[in-house]
Design a protein around this ligand. Structure first.
Ligand SMILES: [Zn+2]
Length: 522
């Protein structure tokens, strides 16, 4: 290869955060509705900071970060080669046919692209596919089969899980350094630079990683709050050392059916194995040290309604935001939990409340009605009846709304409770969800959201009090305890040390063990 020839780096994404407990599968149609883009169109949206990389969600994400870093790389000219980008909101595991279609399309484009020097992939790391263990790794392996093993750099959500197969298959692994996430672009740039420097021959990548038997710890795991602030800070300081190419920690997404689930860390250095191992150990010890800091217990719906009622002055000055912590759509839940709706209607009827609930059947039923009609409906609790009960609502149909990001929406009003019934997953985290339905935030005593953290930024101008509410569902922390794990995990079990689990998970004979993780690619 002539050193003057530009480096050709292909790039793509297959990404979703999966909640393994959801019975509602993610389909190809879900990707088609939210984000599925290929070829030149993909290159073009990733080349301009003004264009939406994922329309309606975010402008500049990992692939824009990759394209920018590739073009800014000085030692060698780089040609970014667009493949395919597929992303959809969190939900249940992908149908196998959807996953196979996306991987085939990505790989077909790669095969058609001719010879490339490397590949950049934007992955989640906690994507689940029905019948396919360790799905993210399958994507990387499929890509390597096409290129004959050319290096792959991958960016991950820090809620991803690292497996031995994944670390072995991936040449550079970089995770977000922020939670909530706001450094998608920068994460991709870190991974891209390490890959390009290695391809240009200026560094030689060494990798060390650790896997810890921790499911939940580090308090609320927010990067700028204690106790994680110290760990994130330490990791960023490590990167100032020119010998360190990249460092990441993964405080994992809980509701993942990988039997070897747990927090992990990974460090890449330039040609210094000992340093990589030492820093990986240091980060692992720092994570282990904060394992006992658990998120606070959340109140029940009744307690939350009482709290909201007592916040009289705060309600006058703004609104109380209730986060339905058991039905967080952005963590893969369905959005059809009716417990908060029931309690707000029955016990909080003096409070003006806005509540989302998913129920396609009820929205379809409203097609037979006129706005203003009195209706009686059993709403919610239909997709996962084992966990949520429908709630009978005597209400008036206030408005109907055409297909949007949450599907179609019917707004029903029962006394002071305004119920926004959606056909799709109600990913409610922004005030615009209610405003767009004709419900001004300043009129509400209580706004319900289906999100863990980003809503706090979006609701900042309105929220005078925030209450996380436990209503029982698949995003409860202890709901993950039902998943099958290969060994003891903190805090479900009494775990006294992390090194034996780490040794087992990283052992070279792992692939031959009778674990589902070890199943060879199809
Ligand atoms: Zn995440």
């Amino acid at each position: 290869m002539s050193p003057r020839r530009p480096l050709r780096i292909a790039f793509g994404r297959i990404m979703q955060e999966t909640n393994a407990l959801s019975p509602v599968s993610t389909t190809l149609a879900d990707f088609e509705r939210t984000h599925l883009m290929e070829g030149q169109e993909l290159l073009s949206v990733c080349s301009s900071p003004l264009r939406w990389e994922v329309k309606g969600y975010l402008r500049n994400l990992e692939l824009s970060g990759f394209v920018r870093a590739a073009r800014a790389f000085r030692p060698r000219e780089v040609t970014p080669v667009p493949l395919l980008s597929a992303w959809t909101i969190s939900g249940g595991p992908l149908e196998k046919s959807a996953f196979d279609t996306l991987v085939t399309r990505l790989c077909d484009r790669l095969a058609d692209a001719g010879e490339v020097d490397g590949v950049f992939l934007s992955l989640h790391g906690a994507m689940g596919v029905r019948g396919v263990p360790d799905a993210d790794t399958r994507v990387i392996e499929a890509v390597k089969r096409v290129t004959g093993g050319k290096p792959v750099a991958a960016s991950f959500d820090l809620h991803g899980n690292l497996t031995r197969a994944r670390v072995r298959a991936t040449d550079v692994i970089s995770a977000y350094h922020t939670n909530p996430h706001r450094d998608h672009k920068q994460t991709a740039a870190r991974a891209t630079n390490a890959l390009l420097r290695s391809l240009a021959g200026s560094v030689r990548i060494e990798t060390a990683w650790r896997s810890l038997p921790i499911l939940l710890g580090g308090g609320n795991t927010i990067d700028f709050l204690s106790p994680m602030r110290g760990i994130f800070g330490r990791m960023r300081r490590m990167q100032k050392d020119p010998r360190v190419l990249d460092a990441s920690i993964f405080p994992v997404h809980l509701w993942n059916d990988d039997p070897e689930l747990g927090w992990s860390v990974v460090v890449h250095t330039d040609n210094d194995r000992d340093l990589a191992e030492r820093l990986a150990d240091e980060l692992a010890e720092a994570c282990w040290a904060v394992r006992h800091e658990q998120p606070p217990p959340f109140p029940s719906a009744s307690e939350a309604v009482k709290d909201a009622r007592e916040a009289r002055v705060r309600r006058k000055l703004g609104t109380v935001v209730m986060a339905d912590a058991s039905d967080v759509v952005t963590a893969g839940s369905i959005g059809e939990n009716t417990e908060l709706l029931r309690v707000l209607t029955e016990e909080g009827s003096d409070l003006v409340s806005y509540v989302p609930v998913r129920d396609a059947e009820v929205v379809a039923e409203m097609d037979d009605h006129e706005v203003g009609d009195e209706v009686t409906v059993d709403v919610g609790g239909k997709l996962d009846p084992a966990r949520t009960k429908p709630f009978r609502l005597h209400a008036r149909l206030v408005s109907m709304h055409a297909e949007g990001p949450f599907g179609r929406v019917a707004v029903l009003r029962a006394g002071n409770t305004h119920v926004c019934v959606t056909t799709g997953a109600p990913m409610v985290m922004m005030p615009a969800f209610y405003k767009d339905l004709g419900l001004p935030i300043w009129k509400a005593d209580v706004c319900v959201v289906k999100n863990f953290f980003p809503f706090r930024m979006f609701f900042l101008p309105y929220a005078r009090k925030t209450i996380y509410v436990k209503t029982k569902g698949i995003t409860d922390f202890d709901a993950a305890y039902d998943l099958p794990f290969a060994g003891p995990l903190h805090p479900r079990d009494n775990v006294t040390e992390w090194r034996s689990t780490d040794r087992r998970r990283r052992a070279p004979n792992k692939e031959t063990a009778a674990s589902p993780v070890a199943t060879p690619p199809p």
